[in-house]
Ligand binder design. Structure first.
Ligand code: FAD
Ligand code: NAP
Length: 354
């Protein structure tokens, strides 16, 4: 393993937070993971794994070892010898592969299932961690299994998708931080059925291609998603951000009805029969935060869920703003927002208290 010292993590996180790692190493294979594990045990130092750095906030210099996941091979199926028509194929991808590149390549190979998840930044290995989702599709819809390296025991094992405890932006991996995902296996469809339940996708397909959404090809769905996202979401290369800073809160039926009486136009979607998902962006927007700027941080002008930094902002400044927004939403709506990105101080993960 190629150990480096006092490395700036600014290029490794999309908020461009300039903190340092005492030790830094790129992980190219399982031998590297094994060697790094022994080093951390010997030195008794904390460790942190970073992928694309698009879903984390680093608030201090990291006192231990930061690993950057560089295992990035993809194994597409070889041409089937059978003449039987197939309705799916499986692809195996290592954790460090770029997520959106995988989406693009899967469509070029005639497979569908990932197109709604186009343009999500980050690596393949982080996708199961929060069960990435967009426009009505989640990773769990195509995931078959995950290869895990347990940093505590040094053992590797396979976890089937049904055992990953997937939920809304949630999985078992958030509860087992010593589990490093090294590879995933996806089942992609060769019988495309467009997922166009989010109205904006159908409308954009129509505008861009003239096609009726129900007949849209996977590439047409991807083009629509890219079009919408590019217009609304800041590209971290230009404006540092980690996407949505808060999850959409889930509330009871009665709470939603009370809020809807007080706040006409409340944006809520039914989940099952008794619960509703509120659009957190709408709540924050109502309180006037959209476009807010103070010092080096602010709220994006087109999407109130996205907190942005100037490029020289600190993690603390970002979290102070998040806390003010969270307190404001709690006071006005009686709803507690939950932070989506993972927060790290000098020794490991922590959680934002109000
Ligand atoms: P990182 O930020 O590097 O890591 C995130 C967490 O996962 C950390 O705790 C890290 O330790 C852990 N982790 C990383 N790799 C591994 C691994 N191999 N094994 C175990 N743990 C690991 N998310 C969505 O769900 N939907 C969206 O539509 C979406 N849109 C976004 C748009 C923008 C502009 C941005 C900036 C972010 C968006 N995100 C979205 C959030 C983010 O891109 C995803 O959560 C992504 O999967 C994070 O990948 P990453 O490689 O950058 O993870
Ligand atoms: P949007 O279209 O403005 O919609 C606002 C919220 O309403 C979304 O968060 C979405 O919930 C929900 N919603 C909209 N239409 C819905 C429907 N037909 N059924 C159920 N829920 C519906 O959202 P946006 O901010 O532009 O984001 C578009 C998509 O990309 C969303 O799915 C969002 O989750 C995803 N995204 C995620 C991140 C991130 O960092 N996590 C960043 C950008 C975009 P859901 O979030 O549950 O889909």
């Amino acid at each position: 393993m190629n150990l480096q010292y006092d490395v700036s993590l600014k290029p490794y996180n999309t908020l461009s937070l300039d903190v340092k790692a005492a030790y830094f190493v790129c992980i190219n294979d399982l031998y590297d993971l094994d060697a790094v594990r022994k080093f951390c045990l010997d030195q008794k130092c904390p460790w942190l794994l970073i992928g694309g750095g698009s879903n984390l906030v680093l608030t201090q210099d990291f006192e231990g070892l930061v690993m950057f996941m560089s295992m990035n091979q993809v194994f597409w199926p070889v041409e089937a010898a059978s003449t039987e028509p197939m309705d799916h194929f499986t692809v195996i991808v290592q954790a460090g592969y770029d997520w959106d590149l995988l989406v693009a390549e899967s469509l070029l190979r005639g497979a569908s299932g990932l197109e709604n998840l186009s343009l999500i930044p980050g690596q393949v290995g982080a996708a199961p961690v929060q069960n990435i989702g967009a426009y009505g599709v989640e990773l769990k819809d195509t995931l078959e299994s995950v290869e895990v390296f347990d940093f505590d025991t040094g053992k590797a094992f396979t976890l089937a998708a049904v055992d990953c405890e997937f939920g809304y932006r949630d999985s078992i991996f958030k509860r087992h931080q010593c589990w490093i995902i090294t590879q995933i296996q996806l089942r992609l469809s060769l019988n495309h059925k467009p997922q166009v339940g989010y109205g904006i996708i159908a409308d954009t397909i129509k505008v861009l291609s003239g096609e009726v959404a129900a007949k849209a090809s996977p590439q047409q769905v991807r083009d629509a998603v890219i079009h919408i996202r590019s217009a609304k979401l800041p590209d971290p290369k230009d404006i540092p951000n980690v996407g949505s800073f808060f999850k959409n809160p889930i509330v009871s039926d009665s709470k939603m009805k009370t809020l809807a009486r007080q706040w006409p136009g409340l944006v809520a979607y039914a989940i099952g029969s008794n619960e509703h998902k509120l659009a957190a962006a709408w709540l924050i927007d109502q309180l006037g935060w959209k476009g807010f700027v103070q010092g080096e941080v602010g709220v994006h002008e087109h999407q109130a869920l996205v907190l942005v930094g100037s490029g020289v902002a600190t993690g603390k400044e970002i979290l102070d703003l998040a806390q003010r927004i969270k307190a404001d939403v709690a006071e006005n709506f009686g709803v507690m927002l939950e932070v989506e990105p993972r927060l790290f101080n000098g020794r490991g993960e922590f959680y934002l208290e109000l």
